[in-house]
Design a protein. Structure first.
Length: 135
């Protein structure tokens, strides 16, 4: 996805699904202040979810399923008040699942297929997180 996507400041919906796209999610998306729906499923995106996405205060629906995204699922995703649907399955996310807002309602988000996740609400049946020595 080109960095210039951030110039589309009035963009309300971005659907890049099923396009065999690769690379990272550009931090310039933060400039798309009107963005309500971001669908990027079934591509080859990799890397972390950029922290700049927390600027998308109008976002309601994010779908990044079936990519190669990795790292921890950012806590800020749970703090976006209007976010109603968060689909993150079948990536390479790891670590403790945040427990704020959207992550407390297991019908609002999906994380299936991220085998390195732990914690979260009990209904998800994720393994408990372990504390590593020296941490």
């Amino acid at each position: 996805m080109p960095f210039e996507v951030g110039k589309l400041v009035n963009l309300a919906e971005l659907d890049l699904s099923n396009n065999k796209l690769s690379g990272t999610i550009p931090s310039s998306l933060k400039s798309c202040a009107s963005l309500e729906r971001l669908h990027m499923q079934e591509n080859f995106f990799e890397g972390n979810i950029p922290s700049t996405l927390q600027n998308l205060r109008g976002i309601q629906d994010i779908n990044t399923s079936c990519n190669n995204l990795s790292g921890k699922i950012p806590e800020f995703l749970g703090e976006i008040k209007g976010l109603m649907h968060l689909n993150l399955p079948y990536n390479e996310f790891e670590g403790e699942l945040p427990m704020n807002r959207i992550f407390k309602n297991e019908t609002s988000f999906s994380i299936n297929g991220n085998i390195k996740l732990c914690g979260g609400v009990r209904k998800l049946n994720l393994p408990a997180c372990t504390i590593k020595e020296g941490s």
